[in-house]
Design a protein around this ligand. Sequence first.
Ligand code: PLP
Length: 444
Amino acid sequence: MRPSSYKAVVHEFAAAIRSGAIPAGTRLPTHRTLARERRIALATATRVYAELAALGLVVGEPGRGTFVRVRSGYDGLEPSRALPVPRVADLSFNQPLAPGQGDQLRQALRTMAASGDVEALLRQHPPGGHRHDRAVLATYLLERGIDTVPDNVLLTSGTQQALDMVLRTLTSPGEVLAVDALSYPGIKLLASTHSLDLAPIPVTAAGPDLDALDRMCRARPVRAIYTIPTMHNPLGWVLDREQRERLATLARSHNCLIIEDGTYAFLEPSPPPPLQALAPERTCYVAGLSKNVAPGLRFAFAVVPDRHLEAATSSLRAAAWGAPGVVTALATSWIIDGTVARLEKDRREDAAARQDIARAALAGLDITAHPVSYTVWLALQPHQRTDHAAAVLAEQGILVSTADAFATGPTVPRALRLALATPPRDVLGAALRSVRDTLDAIPP
Ligand SMILES: Cc1ncc(COP(=O)(O)O)c(C=O)c1O
C-alpha cells in the first residue's frame, strides 16, 4: 500500500465525520496505529489529528485518546444561522470553558460514584432543592454581598428557568416589565411567553437612564424592572453605588419589583452592593453557574423575598421542579471544594486578557466594553448594514450577534455584539481582525 498523503488523510476523516459515517463519540485509532495503518510518520499522524481538532471535528483527551466531537448539539446558534463554511470562530455566544474542565468533571463523577449514599440522588427532592444544598448556595451568595437564609434560595435548571419562575409567579399577562433598551435576549423571549408589555429604558454606556425610568413609572404602572447591574450583557457596565441606590429608591416609591440578574457578576470581584441587599423586600436575584463553570451544567438559583416564596415554589413545582439531584450534587461539591472560586478567578484573568486582545484588534472602532467583561458592543458606520456585515462574516466562518437580538424597543442601533469567551484565545485576535477588515471592506 502506498503511504497516504497527510492532506488526503485529513480530508478522508473530515468527510467521514461530517457525513456521520464516523459517529460522534467514536474513539479514533491512536496516533501510532494511524501512522502504521496509513504508512505515515508518527509526527504526521499527530498533525492529522491536530488539524481535525482545529476544524472542530475531533477532541483529544490526554491519556484517553482522540474522539469525534458532538457536532449536532445546540451550540448557541439558531438552526437558520448554521454556517455555510467550516467554523473559524463563534463570537455569537459566550461559552467559556477552560482546558481541564473535562478532567474535573470525570474526577467529580468518580468521587460521586464512590460516595456512600449515591441512591439518595435518585429520590425525589423538594421543589427548589434540599435545605442543605440551598444552604451551600446561601453561603456562596454571602461572597456576592447577599445575606439570605437557605429557605429563600430556590435551585433551578439554569438562570433562564429562574427568570421564568419569577415572571410566572410575580407578573400577570399585560403588565409592564421595564427593561434596558439593550438587554439579554432571553428576557425578551420570556416577556413574550408571559404576554408582558416590554417597556424599554433608554441606555447610556454607563447605565440605564434613571430619569427616563422615573418618568416611565410616573406615566404608567410598571410591575417589575429587570436589571443587570454588574457586567451588563451586552454593554458591560457596572452600576455604581449611587445608581443602585437610586434604582432601589425608584422601585420603592413606584412599588415595582426588581429582578436582578447576576449571571456575569462574578467577573467583578468587588462590585457595589447588589440591589438585593439594598431592597431585599422587593428584589428577586437570579444567577447561575453557566458562565463561571459551564453552560451545559444547567444549574442556577433564585433568591426570593419571603412574601413570594410560597408562590415561587409552587410555580417551580408546576414546571420542571428545579435542578436535578445529580447536577446539584456536582455543583455544590464544586462550590464547597473551591473549584467554583478558582474557576471564577481564572475567568476574570481570561476575560481581561481577551478584552486586551479585542482592544488591540479593534483599535479605532466605536466599541463599548468593560475591561473585564466577555462582551464587546461594536457600533457600525452609517453605510455598514448590520445584517449584511453578519452575513459576510458568516461566509468566512465567523459568527456574531446583531443588535436586533438585544433591542427591547422599536429602535435598533446599527451594531454587533461580539462574545469573546468561546474561541480559543490564540484564534481570537485573528477572528477579530477579520471582523475589522470585513467592516473596512464594505464600500461607503
Ligand atoms: C444576562 C444573562 N442572564 C441569563 C442568562 C442565561 O443563563 P443560563 O444559561 O443559566 O440559563 C444569560 C446567558 O447568556 C445571560 O447573559
